[in-house]
Design a protein. Structure first.
Length: 201
């Protein structure tokens, strides 16, 4: 059944746009695997960062430096109106840096205000706190940050993926298949509704 679903949806999401917001210290598999999955479905994925377009983001494999990824758009120039959904990968340092960046928090908050899907994995949900999105939401995350999320007013459970409205959260790299599938379903709803995020500039 899963294989049939994959074949049925392959390329069915052409025209959809997803922003991935991240900076140095990102857990790279939480970026590369969802991006590869989404692009196979025809989604246009854009790496957005507090850094400038053309600069590099340093990925990590746990605590070891991994690959570098080129920023495709600075968050100061990014508008949620140009995207259908937002992806927040983890890695401890990455969301810790995003939490201190006013433009990054504005970007996340605007996705919440516009009721667009936000998918956050591992330490990624940390940034939801500053954006005011965690309060009264049912979430999961890397277990070490559960207390922070609860203090922010979230309900936290230990599950591979939790979907609360248009907010999708997962705990760790092992959860990526379930995480990807949940995001795909949200994008399919948008695709079937035929809504357009608007032109990019």
């Amino acid at each position: 059944m899963g294989e049939e679903l994959e074949q049925a949806t392959m390329q069915d999401l052409k025209g959809r746009r997803v922003a991935v917001l991240m900076t140095d210290g990102v857990e790279q598999v939480e970026y590369t695997e969802p991006r590869k999955y989404l692009e196979q479905l025809g989604v246009q994925v854009t790496l957005v960062s507090p850094k400038r377009a053309g600069e590099d983001v340093q990925g990590f494999n746990h605590d070891q430096p991994g690959d570098k990824f080129t920023v495709e758009m600075s968050v100061s120039e990014a508008r949620p109106a140009d995207f259908d959904a937002l992806l927040l990968p983890g890695g401890e340092r990455n969301p810790a840096e995003l939490r201190k960046n006013a433009e990054a928090i504005r970007f996340i908050k605007e996705f919440g205000d516009e009721d667009k899907p936000i998918a956050a994995i591992c330490h990624g949900p940390w940034a939801l706190i500053e954006a005011g999105i965690a309060e009264s939401k049912h979430l999961t995350s890397w277990p070490e940050i559960q207390d922070d999320l609860r203090k922010a007013g979230a309900e936290w459970t230990d599950e591979e993926v939790v979907v609360d409205g248009k907010l999708i959260t997962s705990r760790k790299p092992d959860d990526i298949p379930a995480f990807n599938n949940a995001l795909m379903k949200e994008l399919m709803v948008i695709q079937q509704a035929g809504t357009d995020p608007g032109p990019t500039s």
